[in-house]
Design a binder for this molecule. Structure first.
Ligand code: GAP
Length: 442
């Protein structure tokens, strides 16, 4: 379903997310907090579904990738070794007139304030993005610590422990899902650039000789994931090959997708050479080389990284899924009837199956059916309003299947299953229901 986004799409998404409980501004009753977002009931379900899908794809179905769940705050030397304390900064400038603050690389014309047009801007200066805190009772320089700016650094730091604990041999990977924090100068585009966000990263350790082969392998795997699992077609996704590489890197690509505001990075696949483990060896004094006992050799593993933002994945999915369809109206004087529908892949939809009694008189039977299938799918029970209204409510949150328990169900032990996308209805025997839905979802 290749389509052009309408200009209002971002506003519509923000409004739908708030109204239907996907995403709210954080601390809203205090006026919000720029760059921070809360995931509501449907948002948190969808978020977890995306995490589970990624985890299943990257860890559970692979013998050579292990999982990790490290702390958000760790030894500050990690960030010295990684270069974040000295180099993780953006150039910023302030407008002297209206006091707006900008990231210089995001300004179309870095000599003019985009807000008020003033030419009086401060000299660009470095602004470090690490979020600082203090650990212990004394708030001085010695007790400064940092909230992690990326989830991959603890993976490098724990590389040796994971290898010993799992007896993995090269090549193997370590994956982690978790929060990352960056004091972004200019958070914007809804959740696209936030100050607190979730990353899903996998670091694959291999012999340098096979580095480029593994880089190509992971690049293909990740593109395939977006195409086959999330349904992103060619017109929605493109690959950006980095020409300017970090001094230690051998190759890097970004998987970009079309967001309502234009193309944006969703995931990076990077060949990071031996940089990360070498740096942590140097700063910790621990030898992080891999010892190959079979060949009696020592090697500093090369790293291939896949790094994706969960919040951006969700935003991309919502933008891709959002549709407004004109429905036929019964009465000539009625306003045009528009069906808002999220064509989300069933595997990440917050609710996969809604169970609706045709009449409140059937609530007990319908509720029992709901409790039966709730064990297998993300389900919701809804008995309020007309069936038509209930369908629309489910369309708007992207529920792929609505099951109606009607009076005939009492006699034929069958229900009507309505498909969100085609709106076609099928009669399915209750004994076949689980199988019927599983075949369509998985
Ligand atoms: N370890 C490599 C790394 O962190 P990155 O390009 O800075 O690389 C990886 O971040 C991914 O994390 C990005 O592709 C994006 O999806 C997500 N991301 C980065 N900064 C973000 C922010 N401020 N808000 C939301 N997501 C962000």
């Amino acid at each position: 379903m290749a389509k052009e986004f309408d200009d209002q799409l971002m506003d519509k998404l923000v409004s739908l997310c708030k109204r239907r409980g996907f995403v709210f501004p954080s601390s809203e009753i205090y006026g919000g907090f720029n760059g921070f977002w809360d995931y509501g009931p449907y948002g948190s379900r969808m978020k977890r579904a995306i995490e589970n899908l990624w985890w299943h794809e990257m860890v559970e179905t692979r013998d050579n990738v292990e999982g990790l769940d490290s702390t958000v705050i760790a030894h500050p030397m990690i960030w010295k070794a990684s270069g974040h304390i000295d180099q993780f900064s953006d150039l910023m400038t302030d407008c002297k007139k209206c006091k707006s603050r900008y990231r210089v690389d995001q300004m179309a014309d870095p000599t003019t304030c985009p807000n008020c047009g003033s030419k009086e801007l401060t000299e660009p200066r470095e602004f470090n993005l690490m979020m600082k805190t203090f650990v212990g009772p004394v708030f001085d320089d010695e007790h400064v610590a940092y909230l992690r700016a990326e989830t991959c650094q603890p993976i490098f730091v724990d590389f040796h422990s994971v290898r010993v604990a799992t007896r993995q041999k090269l090549p193997f990977g370590i994956a982690q899902i978790g929060k990352a924090f960056r004091n972004e100068i200019n958070p914007r585009n809804f959740t696209f650039r936030s100050r607190e966000f979730t990353q899903m990263e996998m670091e694959f350790f291999c012999d340098g000789e096979q580095g480029m082969e593994w880089f190509e392998y992971w690049k293909e795997q990740r593109i395939k994931y977006y195409r086959d699992k999330l349904g992103f077609e060619e017109s929605f996704m493109r690959i950006y090959e980095h020409e300017k590489l970090a001094h230690y890197a051998k190759a890097a690509i970004d998987i970009e997708v079309k967001f309502p505001f234009g193309w944006g990075e969703l995931e990076g696949v990077h060949h990071r050479g031996t940089w990360d483990l070498s740096q942590h060896s140097k700063f910790s004094g621990q030898d992080l080389q891999y010892i190959d006992h079979d060949n009696k050799t020592k090697v500093m593993p090369t790293v291939i990284e896949t790094s994706v933002g969960l919040d951006r994945t969700m935003l991309a999915l919502l933008a891709h899924a959002y549709d407004e369809e004109k429905a036929a109206t019964q009465k000539a004087d009625m306003e045009e009837d528009v069906r808002v529908v999220l064509h989300l892949p069933a595997v990440v939809a917050p609710i996969q199956v809604a169970v609706l009694p045709q009449s409140k008189k059937l609530k007990e039977n319908a509720y029992n059916l709901y409790k039966d299938i709730d064990r297998f799918f993300r389900c919701e029970y809804d008995e309020t309003g007309s069936i038509g209204k209930r369908y629309r409510r489910q369309d708007e949150i992207g529920t792929p299947f609505c099951i109606t328990f009607d009076f005939d169900s009492l006699n034929d032990n069958a229900v009507t299953v309505r498909d969100r996308d085609t709106m076609q209805q099928e009669r399915v025997n209750i004994t076949q229901l689980r199988r019927y839905i599983e075949d369509k979802i998985f």
